[in-house]
Write a protein that binds this ligand. Structure first.
Ligand SMILES: Cc1ncc(COP(=O)(O)O)c(C=O)c1O
Length: 456
């Protein structure tokens, strides 16, 4: 078994498309990807890099082309079926085909597209957010998480009359130049070529989870502190005790707007998001992903005092597709479903997330495998190259190419994770799915170790 990811990753995230599409089929354990290979060979002609978001090309042993999905299963163009823990990069908290959401979409479509018009759904969704999210008294809608982040920064600057923004290392806040920096530990710079180096001049970096020094370095130049309250993108780290409260106390004292980026954690770690789970309420929350149940949406939701700059009409909030009825309809159906099912849904997805992490660690230990998993509720991160993780300081020790090998082995066992080892549990994963997952994890780790030994 050859681990191909290493040579690819040595070149950075970019995978050599020609090399990838000419790999011999022998390396694939179980699934054949012939139609995905045909698609990819064609797609790269006119579709830049053959994907619409660069990380999608990193999937191993091959980026599968999805044909259809139902519940929590996806089927690719070769007819392979996978139990999905990628959930469309997170939005599909209710799975791929939630009945109330599909019905709401059909209802909206039957009334025409009405894009960029005012309609009744927008206020209804804002009402629901105000009811469910502690900081959510008033909302403004956009079409993605990245856009919502930018709107939140603009609101914070307008509300304070200040400019400087505090960002934490290894937190991800979307792909726009100003905050697309310090996304990984060890690189405080831009995440990609082509970014404007001046765009992040007003951004000051801090270490996530560290309270020491925060009070000394934050002052009245700062408009906002933006933070992932649970650092899911870095590898599913829950906030250390007292961290979020310290942020709350210091920002309140200095008149700085505290922004929780709840694009992943919103409606997922609890109905009211991470702020409900950890009991700390920010001034502004950025929402996205699960809010739209699979449709594109983003929102900034905040206290009235801070939102006043936008509520008064003084701050320009623009966007052709903002508040489009289809995404809003999906959002309403999604939040109403979550509200109705909350009593059983949240304990179940937390339990399944924990059970997966526990099983990975038990199997890793039994096989002597350099694999470790940790979870924050229904978000599970698989690491390779390490056997434990002591906070973010441990991140430089992980082997990202080995994670691709591990997720490749899982894919071959019918488990679809995000290539970088992140797994999301949905409301429609069952205990039978968990049993299947555990079995697949055991086999995948076994195959992973065989590959590792064969490569030595
Ligand atoms: C925490 C966080 N913030 C913001 C974003 C950007 O959201 P979008 O991809 O919808 O632009 C993401 C996307 O993964 C995210 O994880």
């Amino acid at each position: 078994m050859i681990c191909l990811a290493r040579s690819w990753l040595e070149k950075g995230i970019a995978v050599d498309v020609k090399q990838q599409s000419s790999q011999p089929l022998e390396i694939y354990d179980r699934h054949v990807f012939s139609q995905s290979r045909v698609y990819r060979a064609h797609a790269v002609n006119h579709l830049a890099y053959g994907v619409s978001s660069t990380p999608r090309a990193t999937q191993m042993p091959f980026p599968v082309v999805v044909d259809r999905a139902e519940g929590v299963h996806i089927t690719d163009v070769d007819g392979n079926t996978y139990l999905d823990y990628g959930l469309g990069y997170g939005p599909l908290l209710l799975g791929h085909t939630p009945k109330p959401v599909l019905e709401a979409l059909q209802h909206e479509l039957s009334k025409g597209l009405r894009t960029a018009s005012i309609h009744r759904g927008e206020a209804r969704l804002a009402d629901l957010i105000a009811e469910l999210v502690p900081s959510g008294a008033q909302s403004a809608f956009v079409s993605s998480g990245s856009e919502a982040i930018q709107l939140a920064l603009r609101i914070a600057r307008a509300a304070t009359g200040r400019n400087t923004i505090a960002k934490f290392r290894a937190n991800y806040h979307g792909w726009f130049d100003n905050l697309h920096v310090a996304n990984t530990i060890g690189n405080d710079g831009a995440a990609t070529i082509g970014q404007d180096p001046d765009a992040s001049q007003s951004v000051v970096l801090f270490d996530w989870g560290c309270v020491d020094g925060l009070a000394d370095r934050l002052d009245t130049r700062f408009a906002a502190v933006i933070v992932e309250p649970a650092a899911i993108n870095a590898g599913c780290f829950g906030p250390p005790d007292g961290f979020l409260q310290a942020l709350r106390d210091i920002t309140s004292r200095l008149g700085i707007v505290l922004i929780f980026d709840e694009v992943i954690t919103g409606f997922r770690l609890a109905l009211g998001g991470a702020q409900q789970r950890y009991g700390v309420t920010p001034d502004l929350s950025v929402l996205g992903k699960a809010l739209g149940a699979g449709l594109p949406i983003g929102a900034v939701s905040g206290h009235r005092e801070v939102m006043q700059v936008i509520a008064s009409g003084r701050l320009l909030h623009r966007g052709t597709f903002n508040g489009n009825p289809v995404s809003i309809g999906a959002g309403i159906a999604c939040l109403e479903t979550l509200k109705a099912e909350q009593a059983t849904l949240y304990p179940r997805i937390d339990r399944i997330g924990s059970a997966i992490a526990v099983h990975v660690n038990a199997e890793a230990k039994a096989h002597g495998a350099p694999i470790f998993a940790q979870n924050v509720g229904p978000c599970v991160q698989l690491f390779a190259g390490v056997t434990h993780m002591d906070g973010m300081a441990g991140l430089p020790k992980i082997d990202r190419s080995l994670i691709l090998c591990l997720t490749s082995k899982l894919l071959q066992q019918g488990i679809y994770t995000l290539p970088r080892g992140l797994m999301y549990v949905s409301s429609v994963h069952t205990d039978d799915d968990l049993a299947f997952t555990k079995q697949a994890i055991s086999t995948a780790i076994d195959h992973f170790m065989q590959g590792l030994h064969a490569n030595r």
